[in-house]
Design a protein around this ligand. Structure first.
Ligand SMILES: [Zn+2]
Length: 137
C-alpha cells in the first residue's frame, strides 16, 4: 500500500473529549450525534474496527474514510472503502483522507486521523507540473 503522508492523529482530542463525557461535563447526546448521512456511510463504506465504542460499549466502532481534494472533483467529500482508497491513491497525485470512527448503535463519532494519499509527492524534489489524466486511467 502507498504510504500515508502528513498524518495528523486526533487521539489526544478524542481522549480529552471522552474524559469530559465520563466526568459528566459533556452529555452523551452532545457527542453521540452521528448524522443519518454518516451512519449510512458507515453502513455502506465503513470498515469494522476492533475498538469497542467508548460510550455505549455495545459494539465495535466502524471506521469511515472521507476523501477531500481539488483533484477529486465531484468525488471530493465522499466516503470510500479501503479498496477504493488504494485505487484512488494510484490514480490521483494527492488527496486527504479523514478517518472517522462511528458507533452505529449510539451515534458516537470522532475524527481519528487524517492523512494524505496519492502517487505524487513521494519524492519532494520531483517537479510538480500539471499532468493530464484520462477517465480510463
Ligand atoms: Zn456506542
Amino acid at each position: 500500500m502507498r504510504t500515508q503522508r502528513q498524518v495528523v492523529d486526533y487521539a489526544l482530542q478524542r481522549r480529552a473529549l471522552l474524559a469530559e463525557v465520563y466526568s459528566g461535563r459533556v452529555g452523551t447526546t452532545e457527542v453521540c450525534d452521528a448524522s443519518p448521512y454518516l451512519l449510512r456511510a458507515a453502513k455502506f463504506h465503513g470498515q469494522p474496527s476492533d475498538v469497542t465504542c467508548p460510550v455505549c460499549r455495545k459494539e465495535p466502532l466502524t471506521l469511515v474514510s472521507w476523501v477531500y481534494g481539488d483533484e477529486l472533483k465531484h468525488a471530493s467529500g465522499s466516503a470510500r472503502t479501503p479498496e477504493e482508497l488504494l485505487r484512488m491513491a494510484a490514480i490521483f497525485d494527492e488527496f486527504r483522507v479523514y478517518a472517522v470512527e462511528v458507533c452505529r448503535t449510539c451515534g458516537w463519532n470522532h475524527l481519528v486521523r487524517s492523512y494524505v494519499l496519492g502517487n505524487g509527492g513521494t519524492d519532494v524534489d520531483r517537479p510538480r507540473g500539471p499532468r493530464r489524466r484520462t477517465a480510463s486511467e
